[in-house]
Design a protein around this ligand. Structure first.
Ligand code: C2E
Ligand code: MG
Ligand code: MG
Length: 747
């Protein structure tokens, strides 16, 4: 509006001047007294007067407008949190806008009256800022400084002061103005942010052109120095690997702003100043820093977390006892094997320690554990670089052999067996531990994890059945057996209640006279659909599940009851031998139980014989105690399957044992004429030693006359086997005895 007033004012002045010139010219051409001149003069004078009036009105209006604008401007200055301070050096005139009152809490006049007041209000601690400022202003350079002032009420405020000097041609300061802002709020929040950043336990840094340009205290501590300045201008590549930087760069390039922020979080390795490598989780964000683009990095030292993760992984994938990778790792490796190369062949070996449960039960878990550690060492030593050994759990191990043909697997399996020939020494004692190994081959025995594992397990059961301490490859026909095993386990649990067990009896015969000296009670499981299940198939299962204890009790009761019945009947007194598992013998109330049954059935203890296996030797002290108590009751004790359990005859000497039953495999050897045959020499040795120690020797599994001859020739007088009779139900045995006695007496 001011501009418009100015232009119209100028135009009016020009028009008035033009009219005056016109009047002068008219005066020159027309006589002054002439009528037209008179009229013209009057008209022009009226016009001039009109214009002057209009002009004066305009001037008045403009002055009024300026006054109003000034007022408005003043009002704006007053309302702003800004004050302008201007100083004309030549006239020494000071002009301060009213905003100063708001900023400094003092009126303009106070500053006009005391020209040094501006200095007096500055906080003494910030006075130092003024010297530099003075120098800059004097040299004509603008300068922005921040300092605190103290208000009359004692309040301290932060002021930002932008000084702009004007110099004359000689370079003297002639004019100076200063724009003052109150930046207390901004400064406080900045300080808060700064302390947040400085005190943050996380790494906060700013990177530009691949170099750190800011690093907070936590960041420098994490990176191995107390002084953040040591990291400033350091190349990021000195701390992070090229690979990590590349990865970050690639992800950052792909980042289009819409992606989630997690996408820009990385786990990287960082080299500390002291050379140690740590794990750091970092997130990146493009920012403006000091007006230029940069990257803000926020990070955290996750070395400890990584270690914990590693520990958890170790726990999940490694067996803590033996340090071997565990079944989880095995499954992982197996699936990688399968995915890696379909045409490759490899082997899965399932290994179960024979009779390990006995050691665990008799010697305690700590001994068992030590033994497992030694077993793991042996396995690792044998396998070496050929494959990997895993602990499946308990006394089961798994071996994965990469790129193996059947011949090589056989060879390695044999090496494993050989490595267990020597006893393992633990807590000053020697233990004979043997493994049974089942093998499945990829891809012939299965192309997926589950099948390979199942088939190796099946083959392992076959190895157990085939006398333990051997290895077996899986073959199709085995499959039927395992399904049966699982079926049996379920069925076994209800078998006792359903009265599905019965005892068969096999006579023990005097080889010389043919006289029946007693019988061995052998359990049979007569299952309605599975048929007659042989004990070799389900007894190990009952031992595994603990069902052997109640089943064993039933056997003892039934055998004693039967013997008593025979005694009462026509068959007469027949000694009955009952097989007892180690698990039963070590049961706390076993001796009492035997005594109770004898009392209950009123059987003469001399008519009861207990057959135990060499595995009782694992806990010699305890077994010896129990056997002595049993002996006191008056029952006989024999060692069954002798020769298969690695116990030396010498140790047996100290136990109250009456008979030793030579295992069938040795008796078989008598008539075996293959090149492996020892031609009965083992039987001979056992008989010799037994006789020296006053044990009666009984030969098991006698099937041929030639064996009887050999045994008799070597002074073994008692035998048992199909040659005489198969195990028979009680009634049939009674008949057998009757006819046999008759036959014998007739003879
Ligand atoms: P064991 O105590 O060594 O019993 C001898 C096994 O050899 C019996 O097998 C018997 O039938 C078999 N046998 C006897 N003579 C011959 C022969 O001339 N040729 C052949 N091929 N075999 C013969 P069975 O009855 O199948 O029992 C197997 C094993 O089951 C027994 O071996 C014994 O260790 C266990 N067992 C049987 N009944 C019980 C029981 O009530 N309790 C416990 N704990 N184990 C039992
Ligand atoms: Mg037996
Ligand atoms: Mg036997």
């Amino acid at each position: 509006m001011g501009y418009q007033t100015n232009t119209s004012f100028k135009n009016i002045v020009l028009i008035v001047i033009f009219i005056q010139i016109l009047q002068l010219i008219l005066g020159l051409y027309f006589p002054v007294e002439s009528f037209p001149n008179l009229i013209m003069q009057v008209a022009l004078t009226i016009m001039t007067l009109g214009l002057v009036y209009y002009m004066l009105k305009g001037i008045f209006k403009a002055t009024k407008e300026v006054g109003e604008s000034n007022q408005k401007l003043n009002h704006i200055f007053e309302s702003l949190d800004v004050a302008i301070w201007s100083h004309d050096m030549k006239s020494d005139k000071l002009l301060i806008t009213p905003g100063i009152e708001k900023l400094y809490g003092r009126k303009q006049e106070e500053f006009y009256n005391d020209t040094l007041l501006w200095k007096k209000v500055i906080h003494p601690d910030d006075m130092y800022t003024q010297e530099d400022r003075r120098k800059m202003i004097q040299s004509g350079r603008s300068c922005t400084s921040t300092y605190r002032i103290i208000k009359p009420d004692g309040n301290v405020r932060w002021i930002q002061d932008r000084g702009i000097p004007t110099l004359d041609e000689k370079g003297d300061l002639i004019y100076f103005s200063s724009v003052l802002f109150d930046i207390t709020d901004r400064k406080e929040s900045e300080d808060q942010y700064r302390s947040l950043v400085e005190m943050s336990p996380d790494i906060i840094s700013v990177i530009r052109n691949g170099k750190f340009i800011y690093m907070n205290a936590a960041g420098s501590r994490v990176l191995g120095t107390e002084d953040p300045s040591q990291l400033i201008n350091k190349d990021v590549s000195e701390i992070a690997s090229e690979q990590d930087i590349l990865l970050i760069r690639e992800s950052a390039n792909q980042y289009n702003g819409s992606a989630k922020s997690e996408n820009l979080i990385f786990e990287i390795k960082a080299a500390r100043m002291d050379g140690a490598v740590i794990d750091v989780e970092v997130s990146m964000m493009p920012i403006l820093y000091g007006g230029k683009s940069a990257v803000q990095l926020v990070g955290r030292d996750i070395t400890q977390r990584k270690k914990s993760e590693e520990t958890i992984r170790e726990m999940a994938y490694y067996d803590t006892l033996t340090g071997l990778p565990n079944r989880n790792m095995f499954k992982q490796n197996l699936s990688t094997f399968i995915e890696k190369e379909v045409s490759q062949s490899f082997a899965v070996l399932f290994l179960d320690l024979d009779r390990f449960k006995v050691i665990n039960d008799t010697k305690g878990h700590s001994t068992g554990d030590l033994l497992l550690v030694e077993v793991a060492k042996r396995l690792k030593a044998v396998i070496g670089q050929e494959g990997e050994v895993f602990r499946q759990g308990g006394d089961e191990f798994i071996i994965l052999l990469e790129n193996s043909r059947k011949e090589k697997v056989s060879c390695l399996s044999q090496n494993i067996l050989d490595s267990f020939v020597k006893p393992i020494k633990v807590t000053g004692q020697e233990f004979f531990v043997t493994p049974s190994i089942g093998i499945s081959m990829y891809p012939v025995d299965g192309t997926d994890q589950e099948t390979l594992i199942k088939h190796a397990d099946t083959a392992m059961y076959l190895a157990k059945e085939r006398g333990k301490n051997n290895f077996q490859f899986y073959n199709e026909s085995l499959n039927r057996n395992t399904t049966r095993k699982m079926e049996l386990e379920q069925e076994l649990r209800k078998s006792l209640e359903l009265n599905q067990f019965m005892l068969y009896y096999q006579p023990k015969v005097n080889l010389e006279t043919g006289k029946i000296l007693g019988v061995e009670a052998l359990i049979r499981w007569d299952h309605p659909t599975l048929g007659m299940v042989p004990p070799g198939e389900f007894i190990p299962l009952t031992e595994e599940t603990g069902l052997i204890v109640p089943i064993g009790k039933w056997v003892l009761q039934e055998a004693c009851r039967q013997s008593k019945e025979w005694e009462k009947g026509k068959a007469g007194s027949i000694q009955v031998a009952v097989n007892i598992s180690v698990r039963q013998i070590l049961d706390d109330d076993f001796v009492d139980f035997v005594q109770g049954v004898l009392k209950e059935t009123e059987l003469d203890p001399r008519l009861l014989e207990l057959e135990i296996t060499e595995s009782i030797m694992q806990d010699f002290k305890r077994s010896s105690e129990i056997l002595h108590k049993l002996k006191e009751i008056g029952v006989s004790i024999s060692i069954d399957d002798f020769g298969t359990g690695y116990s030396s005859l010498n140790n047996l000497r100290f136990l109250p044992i009456d008979h030793i039953k030579i295992d069938k495999s040795f008796v078989d050897d008598i008539t075996d004429h293959s090149k492996h045959s020892k031609n009965g020499s083992i039987v001979k040795t056992i008989i010799d030693l037994g006789q020296n120690m006053n044990f009666t020797i009984i030969a098991e599994g006698v099937e041929e006359e030639a064996q009887v001859d050999f045994l008799l020739k070597n002074a073994c007088h008692i035998g048992q086997g199909y040659y005489y009779s198969k195990p028979l139900p009680a009634a049939e045995l009674e008949n057998y005895i009757k006819t046999r006695q008759k036959f014998l007496s007739e003879e």
